[in-house]
Design a protein around this ligand. Structure first.
Ligand SMILES: Cc1cc2nc3c(=O)[nH]c(=O)nc-3n(C[C@H](O)[C@H](O)[C@H](O)COP(=O)(O)OP(=O)(O)OC[C@H]3O[C@@H](n4cnc5c(N)ncnc54)[C@H](O)[C@@H]3O)c2cc1C
Length: 405
């Protein structure tokens, strides 16, 4: 069944065909709750809303700008761009995306360039966009009031017939016919379908930032170029990405425990101590690369890399499903986390709109989403393992594999 704005007021998408009559009525539009206003949840909400389906997004952040949204990511032709097109946002994305951000270079610790790819003019295979700009694009496409900010889900309880009662940390509750967990790595919805928790991949990213690079850090700006620079050797890396508005974000990557700093006697709240520790760790790297650690802002943020086991599957449950990182958290080494989350959101919305009832929609969606997620997550897991085993050589292979001829 294809639903339109008119149809939702005159006929129904039934909450659960097994338990609810399918006769058209005027008041049984399912109450759909998406937990999490990340790229996956927002894409789903946007496509549902465009088709006239009521949806509410519950987001734990107090406001859209409550926290830094992270670095830059690429939107790929076969995944993120498909989702943006389904959301009617591809043209707007192309207007603000950075095709030149597709440039990539791989270096070793001496600073030697091992491999370099310059995006050809007109190449829009995977333009970059800052996460904050992507989120803004999606947020601005939703009707006012779609998102409830400051609504952190604590837990959800099955009520029968596919319905769930949501309990929020501030004491509020809501009952819904469809619960979509788009709430990321540490999903509060996931326990309803699966007991599995993310595991630590054994690789730590320490995020550092540089602002106004062309004026204030010209040598680093030249080193990174217009896109991404991967300097990898000895199972360690400096992964730098240019962002919009003259910024560069760098992930200082190394194998180690999540409490690496404590074990090294370093107070993470003391920037000088962290800087010195990282400079020690990269002591035999080229001065031009070490300059990143010398010149970066006084802000060092641990980002341990977690993933869900591959494959992560579950049997379809009435009235609840997952998308994005909640379903298939993977390391960044496939470059597909956000892309896959958005494609999940688009697929789920489409099946909700087209299927005769919610149970059928979830079964159809999960039959597509779960195998795709497993394939992408396997690439991410293997990519991380290969890169951090023998970093420089394997980075070249990884780049070649990500750019098939
Ligand atoms: C260092 C790093 C670099 C990456 N680079 C890339 C890249 O280049 N390309 C790419 O495609 N992917 C990349 N990823 C992966 C990408 O960040 C994720 O896959 C993507 O953000 C997943 O989107 P999502 O919508 O599923 O979840 P999220 O983006 O995590 O959004 C979840 C939302 O849910 C909210 N939330 C959480 N818990 C609750 C709760 N209890 N109640 C209410 N709201 C809640 C959160 O506040 C958040 O807004 C990277 C990841 C990391 C760690």
């Amino acid at each position: 069944m294809t639903m339109t704005m008119t149809m939702i007021t005159t006929t129904t998408l039934t909450p659960d065909s097994a338990t609810t009559p399918t006769t058209p009525t005027t008041s049984t539009s399912p109450r759909i709750a998406i937990i999490g206003a990340g790229p996956g949840g927002l894409t789903c909400a946007r496509i549902l809303q465009r088709a006239g389906v009521d949806v509410t997004v519950y987001e734990r952040d107090a406001s859209p700008d409550a926290r830094d949204q992270g670095g830059t990511l690429d939107m790929q032709t076969a995944t993120g761009q498909v989702a943006l097109a389904a959301a009617g946002l591809l043209e707007r994305f192309m207007a603000i995306g950075r095709p030149e951000g597709q440039d990539e270079r791989a270096l070793d610790k001496t600073g030697a360039v091992l491999e370099e790819r310059i995006a050809a003019p007109g190449d829009t295979a995977k333009p970059e966009i800052d996460r904050a700009d992507l989120r803004r694009l999606l947020l601005d496409s939703l009707a006012p009031g779609t998102i409830r900010y400051g609504a952190a889900l604590d837990h959800a309880t099955p009520m029968g017939a596919g319905r769930h009662e949501l309990a929020f940390r501030d004491g509020a509750t809501a009952t819904v016919d469809l619960l979509v967990g788009a709430d990321g790595a540490w999903s509060r919805v996931r326990p309803l379908v699966s007991p599995v928790q993310p595991f630590y991949e054994g690789v730590m990213f320490v995020e550092v930032r540089l602002a106004n690079v062309d004026e204030d850090h010209p040598a680093i700006a030249a080193l990174v170029g217009r896109g991404s620079m991967f300097a990898l050797s000895d199972g360690k890396g400096l992964i730098a990405q240019r962002q919009a508005r003259g910024a560069i974000r760098v992930y200082v990557a190394f194998r180690g425990p999540t409490d690496w700093a404590a074990r090294a006697g370093v107070d993470l709240a003391d920037p000088d101590a962290v800087r010195a520790a990282l400079l020690g760790m990269f002591g035999d790297w080229a001065p031009g690369l070490r300059a990143i650690l010398v010149e970066c802002d006084n802000l060092f943020i641990d980002r341990p890399i977690y993933a869900l086991p591959v494959p992560h599957r579950w049997a379809t449950r009435a009235g609840v499903t997952l998308l994005g990182d909640a379903a298939h958290l993977m390391s960044p080494f496939s470059g597909l986390g956000t892309n896959t989350a958005m494609l999940d959101g688009a697929d789920l919305a489409r099946t909700i709109i087209d299927a005769p009832d919610l149970r059928a929609a979830l079964a159809t969606y999960e039959a597509t989403m779960l195998p795709r997620a497993a394939a992408n997550a396997a690439v991410a897991h293997e990519g991380l393992g290969a890169i951090f085993a023998n970093a420089a050589d394997n980075m070249r292979e990884h780049m070649a594999a990500s750019h098939p001829a």
